[in-house]
Design a protein around this ligand. Sequence first.
Ligand SMILES: O=C(O)CCC(=O)C(=O)O
Length: 264
Amino acid sequence: MRASLLQIDVNEDESVESRRVRVASLVRDQAGADLVVLPELWTTGAFAYEGFGTEAEPLEGPTYEAMAKAASDAGVWLHAGSVPERDPDGPLYNTSLVFSPSGDLAAAYRKIHRFGFDKGEAVLMGAGRDLVTVRLPDTTLGLATCYDLRFPELFRGLVDAGAETLVIPAGWPERRRAHWTLLAQARAVENQAYVLACGTAGTHAGVPQAGHSIVVDPWGEVLAQAGPGEEVLTVEFDPGRVAVTRDQFPALKDRVLGLDPPRR
Ligand SMILES: O=C(O)CCC(=O)C(=O)O
């Protein structure tokens, strides 16, 4: 499979609409790839909290429309990163969209772990509850977003649901770049899965972004890593290696569930 991770520069000098047009064109340029991945909240910026309310879209809003068309024009599976979604009957959500090569919505995933503790996304958005996987011809994707990367139990749930390739759009800050790389490798090793983690470049809301999008194989080896700036990170990988790795080193089969709590 060939995957292209589009590490988009998200900064305030570019309007949301211009960035949407520019990103759609970049997606079209990836014709020939099997899978294209965009970052988290690349329209507004993951830390540009003030924009969440004003830029929030219904699920089938302008970003959905532009990305569905770009996916079908390029003939690729497109993980279109996430958008601030306005649920007409509920709160905002940080929602990832995956489109098939014909431009149909294959999946929507509402981020489960909201970042910000007592501010930002954690107070402005609702939390998703549902694990989401997407079957592609050669692999099954498991979806997670940014801060979710810190919660291994979510990924175990995805693996139990059949995930072989974990796709993680993010707007990860430069300040914690070491965690980004370490956690991406840890999730790959412990789940014996590919990890495709696509972040943003640039600075928005005063928060420099880490860039350094990364692709890790099921043995934990880094297949490719981007630099700090806007970049298209393209990688070829063999989805069959997930089954081979799990067969040759069957640690996932040795899981012990439902342990007893400590005795007092
Ligand atoms: O966990 C982190 O360090 C970054 C998380 C984050 O920026 C996010 O989820 O938007």
